[in-house]
Ligand binder design. Structure first.
Ligand SMILES: Nc1c(C(=O)O)ncn1[C@@H]1O[C@H](COP(=O)(O)O)[C@@H](O)[C@H]1O
Length: 163
């Protein structure tokens, strides 16, 4: 069962968006990953957003770079929660992507994450947390993940000071 849609403006976004897919896979959440662009494939974007809820999609992780209108335009066409990931861009290093995604007008929310890999990974963890509200197994997996993460930090050591 596909519960999370990962979409991105171009296949050049995949090295970043793959970090979202990896977490969903790790937690056993059904997902699909597709290239959908508000600019280059507006009709596909419209159709994807329009049909998302009836297809059983519970969260849409949308990544785009530069003039990153994809997350906002998808959010305009569906009430399924949209999680926006600003993909680093070539000239403005993703600050353009971040501002394009985060400054939505009142009434059409996009939950906006950090620029790049951490944003993609956290968007997936956030989608998992949403699903975990109605899924005890996922909630337990999330708690176990946090415990392991904490353990890893507690076991971190630092090298001695160099002369
Ligand atoms: N921001 C958007 C949208 C959109 O928002 O609809 N469609 C493509 N793009 C972005 O253009 C960048 C360059 O794309 P190419 O590498 O294909 O030239 C990508 O980061 C993509 O997300």
């Amino acid at each position: 069962m596909i519960e999370v849609g990962i979409i991105m403006g171009s296949n050049s976004d995949w090295p970043v968006m793959e970090h979202a897919a990896r977490f969903l896979q790790q937690f056993g959440v059904g997902y699909e990953a597709r290239v959908v662009s508000a600019h280059r494939t507006p009709d596909l974007m419209f159709e994807y957003a329009h049909s998302a809820r009836e297809r059983g999609i519970k969260a849409i992780i949308a990544g785009a770079g530069g003039a990153a209108h994809l997350p906002g335009m998808v959010a305009a066409k569906t009430t399924v929660p949209v999680l926006g990931v600003p993909v680093p861009s070539k000239y403005l290093r993703g600050e353009d992507s971040l501002l394009s995604i985060v400054q939505m007008p009142k009434g059409v929310p996009v939950a906006t994450f950090a620029i790049g890999e951490a944003g993609a990974a956290n968007a997936a963890l956030f989608a998992i947390a949403l699903l975990a509200n109605h899924n005890a197994d996922l909630a337990q997996q999330l708690a176990d993940f946090r415990t392991r993460q904490q353990q890893n930090v507690l076991e971190m050591s630092l090298p001695p000071v160099q002369d």
